[in-house]
Design a protein around this ligand. Sequence first.
Ligand code: ADP
Ligand code: MG
Length: 233
Amino acid sequence: IEELLRRSEKLTTVGQLAAGVAHEIRNPLTTLRGFLQLQKEKGLLIPLHIDLMLSELERINMIVSEFLILAKPQAVHFQEKDVRYILNDVISLLGSQAHLFGIEFESQFSEQPAMVHCEENQLKQVFINIVKNAIEAMPEGGTITVKQQTKENSVIIVLSDEGEGIPEDMLPKLGEPFFTNKETGTGLGLMVSQRIIQAHKGSMEIRSEYGSGAEITIILPAAREPGPQSRID
Ligand code: ADP
Ligand code: MG
């Protein structure tokens, strides 16, 4: 019964999400149609309108690609991976973009391996989403700290920034689809991240005091000791 409940819950959330996505895409589509209609009637192309149309198209593109991350079951392939390498990949991937905004990374990783049973690309996506939010929260620059600890049964990852933080009344809304305070945001990043962490049987917590940055803690179950066949003696 529990499994059934879980499945039907999953179906309703996916359904709600699909409805939300459709709605969010309809808005920019309406704008696009309006501008095209106008050009057809007047027969002239106004550069400002073209820019607006392009940014609406970009918005649709972003919503669809974030949604696809959730809806792509064929890509799910769980393997044992060391989280430290995934974190390093993300840091080097976003490093140059961060550098442009005067942002530095500081990483503090455990000495022991941090093996988790995961779908590497999805986990990478989670860290990318969180680091992107941190970069976007620090237009004046600062430090993003990436801490990782290995415990007996879990791997803990804490990502913190020195941005403006999150107002208290906004905290409960985080992770709701399409909740964003950014002009070009999709409001899907945190929700997608939460879903992915849930699928990895982990937990994700967002802590913030308005004015003094945000801190995201992810706890993942540690993968079991490698079997005898993979041990090098
Ligand atoms: P988006 O980035 O497209 O707005 P997200 O789901 O990634 O969507 O984030 C939702 C909202 O949560 C953001 O619009 C922002 O208001 C808030 N937020 C998330 N991370 C941070 C952070 N590190 N600092 C401040 N606010 C944040
Ligand atoms: Mg985001």
